[in-house]
Design a protein around this ligand. Structure first.
Ligand code: NAD
Length: 329
């Protein structure tokens, strides 16, 4: 039997409340789903600027999930939403390097001012911990691989700089106001729910989309640039571990495996059993040549990746395909 409105309210009141900012986005919607399944009262806060209602539609039938539409740039709004909240997972951001190059001002407003607002509202409401989504982009061009948290940051795009400022705000709020904060530096996250039709789409959904339409993948540069691709379920698990494990600070969240873009194209072609030759175009600015996570520190959180690239592709390609077909129709 379905719970009535009054029963739903009582159920929510006895559960621990958490907020997922950016919860209608790619990673946020996966995280919100897992938190809901672990019996948290989940508040998805999103302005739907790049997130999608369809990412969360299936979650809203759970009696412990609420969606509140609004912006992290509105401090008064955050102060209200964060009342009685135990944990804030802060994912809302303009999250694309190329978009930040095209529009650094908006990127700064959302990623820097928005993050400061989140920290202030969390401090004022006595939130137990803020779990901040940072990025490996902050390493920029580094000659040292794998990249460990002790490497000096070297951001090479407005996006990377804003993510680094967010980490510094986490650290400063921790030191000055005693707000517990943890920054998770994700490497290249992939999985279902990434939109290949967005103008700033990520490489994996773009390749899958083109290849399954019999179009060759487009590679910027010689394809020998490499990335650490981490499956979204691993990133979700890292966030949940970060609720009560590990000391405040910064942790890399990756797979610890290096894959060149040429190897990635080949892995997708093999998975969908197609033979197409990639097209090579000139390299893009703002993209570092190599990234690779040293994930030894994250073991303090109990983090260990559960998927390699092939396993993640196998799990997600069928879902990508059904989502893309639905969005096209
Ligand atoms: P996404 O664009 O799918 O999700 C971001 C969400 O934030 C969207 O739902 C968007 O609508 C929301 N949002 C944007 N501005 C907002 C605002 N002003 N107020 C409220 N909501 C707002 O991106 P994603 O890939 O899911 O990334 C989530 C987080 O992880 C980001 O902070 C990003 O920087 C970080 N990250 C992602 C990756 C990756 O590979 N996807 C890698 C490193 C770090």
């Amino acid at each position: 039997m379905l719970a009535s409105g009054a029963e739903n309210t009582i159920i929510r009141e006895i559960m621990e409340k958490v907020v997922v900012t950016g919860g209608a986005g790619f990673i946020g919607s996966h995280l919100a789903e897992e938190l809901a399944s672990q019996d948290y009262h989940v508040i998805i806060l999103d302005d739907l600027s790049t997130g999608r209602q369809e990412n969360i539609d299936r979650l809203l039938s759970h009696n412990n999930v609420e969606f509140i539409r609004g912006s992290i740039t509105d401090l008064m709004f955050l102060r209200q939403v964060f009342q009685d909240v135990s944990y804030v997972f802060h994912l809302a951001a303009l999250s694309r390097v190329q978009r930040s190059i095209a529009d650094p001002l908006t990127t700064n407003d959302i990623n820097v001012k928005g993050t400061l607002n989140v920290m202030l509202a969390a401090k004022e409401n006595g939130v137990k911990r803020v779990i901040y989504s940072s990025s490996s982009a902050i390493y920029g061009e580094s000659s040292v691989l794998p990249q460990s948290e002790t490497l000096p940051p070297n951001p090479v795009s407005p996006y990377a700089l804003t993510k680094l400022v967010g980490e510094f705000y986490c650290s400063i709020f921790n030191q000055i106001y005693n707000l517990s904060t943890i920054s998770l530096r994700y490497f290249n996250v992939f999985g279902s729910g990434q939109d290949p039709l967005s103008p700033y789409a990520n490489v994996i959904p773009l390749f899958i989309d083109r290849i399954t339409q019999e179009l060759p993948p487009i590679i910027f540069g010689d394809g020998e640039q490499s990335r650490d691709f981490v499956y979204v379920d691993d990133v979700v698990r890292a966030n949940i571990l970060a609720i009560n494990k590990g000391v405040d600070g910064v942790y890399n969240i990756g797979s610890g495996i290096s894959t060149t873009i040429n190897e990635l194209a080949k892995a997708i072609l093999t998975n969908v059993q197609k033979e197409l030759k990639p097209i090579y175009e000139k390299p893009r600015s703002g993209d570092p040549r190599h990234t690779l996570a040293d994930i030894s520190k994250a073991s303090q959180l109990g983090y260990k990746p559960g998927y390699n690239l092939e396993e993640g592709l196998k799990a997600s390609i069928p879902i990508y395909l059904s989502e893309t077909n639905r969005n096209r129709n």
